[in-house]
Structure formats: structure tokens, C-alpha cells
Design a protein around this ligand. Structure first.
Ligand code: AMP
Ligand code: MG
Length: 269
């Protein structure tokens, strides 16, 4: 069995050239087998989440990034649905507004970090502050260039204090984005997802590619690894993300807390 967690991991310190990664690659997996495997993974995730919740000493932070139409929302819908809502939350980061604008860029992010025992999913994240912010010069280069190191320090601090982190870049190509935008225009049930702003952003494809490459390359660390998920095929994306989540939670060696005292001796009236 091929191990997607090791095949898709960006090993810390290695160069990232997205042009060398095929977003349609399915790493030897087949759709027919992927669907029952996804169901199996979701069942396993539910067991592991229960242990995380029972232990309540650590948490899991899942970061989702990708270009527009990359499948962030679909991943939340199809993979995170395996989690019990009682111990999971999704935070979608938008253009900073109100109080968020009056603080440093990590302020809103730290506040949204998952509580011990819980799973927090970030739909976009602090990485926007080295992606859209860089592409559109929202702050001077001298400011965003320092952020890679700040992000690594921030994530290390979280990890040292019980927040386990896993980061996914959902990678589609320009043709697949076009197909997805077209289906948003054609399918009445998807019209609501169409945004003229997304078409504007598409013009900056190459700048986004460069920004993603640098962020992933500089911020894939042992405590907060990046995985590049070939995401042209949704079934493969869901399989890969669920496999890696199982791998991440298994590697935390979660245990139910020991009961207080000897339960055998407890008697009821
Ligand atoms: P959506 O995910 O389609 O709801 O769009 C959210 C928008 O918010 C995207 O265009 C992001 O680029 C933008 N966004 C998220 N975080 C930031 C940030 N820190 N600075 C500027 N724009 C942001
Ligand atoms: Mg959008």
C-alpha cells in the first residue's frame, strides 16, 4: 500500500516547484477503491477524535489553503464531516475587518486556535498574510518578508504547547480552475459561488504560484508540515486529506485518561 502521508509531505528544507508536481496525479490509487477507503478513514477519524476529546490535553489544527476554486470548502464538507461537531470548529478567514484591522496579523489567528481536546480547521489562515498580501502589495515587502520566520516561530510555540498542526495546500491547475468557474456559471446550484473578484485574482496566477511556493518551502517544518495535495480530482483530494489526518492523529498516540481509583470497587445502592 502506498503511503500518501510520506509521498505528499514537503520535507522540511526542500525546494518546492509546483510545476514539477502533477495536480492530476492519483499516486496509484483508483476511484473505485478510494470511496470505501474514505468511509473507513472517516470512521477512524471519529474514533481518534473521541480519544483526543477524552484526553483533552492537546489539540489538532488543520490549515487549508489553495487558490480560488481549489476545493477548500469541498474538503471541509466531505472530510471534516467525519468529526463530531461537539469537538470541532471551522474558522474562515476573510479580509481583515473591524477589530482585526487594529491588531497584528496573528492576533485573530491565535484567538481561533483550537482548545485542548478539539480540532480546529482553518479555511484560509495566517498564510494569507504572505499570499494575497504579498501579491497585491498590501504591506511593503520589508514587512511580509519577515513573516515566514514569524510564522515558523508562532507555529513552533503552538506545537510546544500542545497544538499539533498539519497544513494542506490543495493544488489545482489553471485549466481545472477554469472548468470549475465555468460550472459555477452554468449550474444554477453553483451560481452563488461565482465571484467576479475570483476572475480578477486569476490574472495573478503566476504571482500566487510564486507566493505559495515560497510559503510552503520556508514554512514546512517538523512541527507543522505542509502537504501538497494534487486536487484536480476531488475523490483523490478527499482520500489524501483523510489519510493524512488519520496518520497525524495516530502519530499523536492519544490515550484515554486513566480512571480515578479502582472502578471495580465501586458499588451502587
Ligand atoms: P472566500 O474564501 O472566497 O470567502 O474569500 C475570502 C477572501 O478574503 C479572499 O479573497 C482572501 O484572499 C481574503 N483574505 C483572507 N485573509 C486575508 C488577509 N489577511 N488579508 C487580505 N485578504 C485576506
Ligand atoms: Mg472566493
Amino acid at each position: 500500500m502506498r503511503d500518501l502521508a510520506s509521498e505528499l509531505l514537503i520535507k522540511p528544507g526542500t525546494r518546492v516547484r509546483l510545476a514539477k508536481i502533477d495536480p492530476s496525479n492519483t499516486h496509484g490509487k483508483h476511484k473505485d477503491a478510494a470511496i470505501p477507503q474514505l468511509t473507513k478513514n472517516l470512521d477512524r477519524l471519529s474514533v481518534l477524535q473521541y480519544r483526543l476529546y477524552a484526553e483533552s490535553k492537546r489539540s489538532l489544527l488543520v490549515v487549508l489553503q489553495g487558490i480560488d476554486a481549489g476545493g477548500k470548502d469541498g474538503t471541509v464538507r466531505h472530510v471534516m464531516s467525519g468529526f463530531n461537531p461537539q469537538g470541532a470548529s471551522v474558522t474562515s478567514f476573510k479580509v481583515p475587518a473591524g477589530e482585526e484591522k487594529q491588531h497584528d496579523y496573528l492576533w485573530r489567528v491565535h484567538k481561533a486556535a483550537p482548545k485542548f481536546g478539539e480540532i480546529g480547521i482553518f479555511n484560509r489562515s495566517h498564510y494569507e498574510d504572505v499570499l494575497v498580501v504579498r501579491v497585491h502589495n498590501l504591506v511593503p515587502p520589508a514587512v511580509w518578508k519577515k513573516r515566514y520566520e514569524q510564522i515558523n516561530n508562532f507555529e513552533q510555540m503552538l506545537a510546544d504547547n500542545g497544538v499539533n498542526i498539519v497544513k494542506f495546500f490543495l493544488y489545482i491547475d489553471k485549466d481545472e480552475q477554469k472548468r470549475r468557474f465555468e460550472s459555477r456559471l452554468e449550474d444554477p446550484e453553483k451560481n452563488w459561488k461565482f465571484s467576479r473578484g475570483d476572475l480578477e485574482e486569476r490574472k495573478f496566477w503566476d504571482d500566487y504560484t510564486a507566493a505559495f511556493e515560497e510559503a510552503i518551502e520556508r514554512c514546512s517544518t517538523p512541527c507543522a508540515p505542509w502537504y501538497v495535495i494534487p486536487a484536480n480530482k476531488k475523490w483523490f483530494r478527499n482520500l489524501a486529506v483523510s489519510d493524512i489526518l488519520v496518520h497525524t492523529l495516530e502519530s499523536m498516540k492519544l490515550k484515554y485518561p486513566k480512571p480515578a481509583g479502582d472502578l471495580q470497587k465501586i458499588q451502587f445502592e
